[in-house]
Design a binder for this molecule. Structure first.
Ligand SMILES: [Zn+2]
Length: 96
């Protein structure tokens, strides 16, 4: 495991997921956050869709959108995996 802090020069020039050239701002953010994988803003946002930040307690709501009844926290991707949620509540806000 690498524990040394990286400098801007040591960062990759391109997003490690999609290969897009990174901006100075994206590199600065990567340094600030000390991430191990450097991503462009777009890929970083896509990754965040897998973070389980939504808490849903009501069993009928979980049942309605097909979520595991015993889990409490869900990611955006899990919630919008349900077609009726995408169609009714999200419309075209997210390009799916
Ligand atoms: Zn990318």
């Amino acid at each position: 495991m690498e524990l040394e802090e990286r400098s801007v020069e040591q960062l990759p020039d391109r997003c490690e997921n999609c290969g897009t050239e990174l901006t100075a701002e994206e590199k600065a953010t990567a340094l600030e956050e000390g991430v191990s994988v450097v991503l462009c803003t777009t890929c970083d946002a896509e990754a965040s869709r897998n973070y389980k930040v939504f808490r849903i307690d009501h069993p009928e709501v979980k049942d309605l959108i097909g979520l595991a009844p015993k889990e409490k926290y869900f990611s955006l991707d899990q919630i919008i995996a349900d077609e009726s949620v995408r169609r009714v509540y999200l419309g075209e806000r997210f390009s799916l």
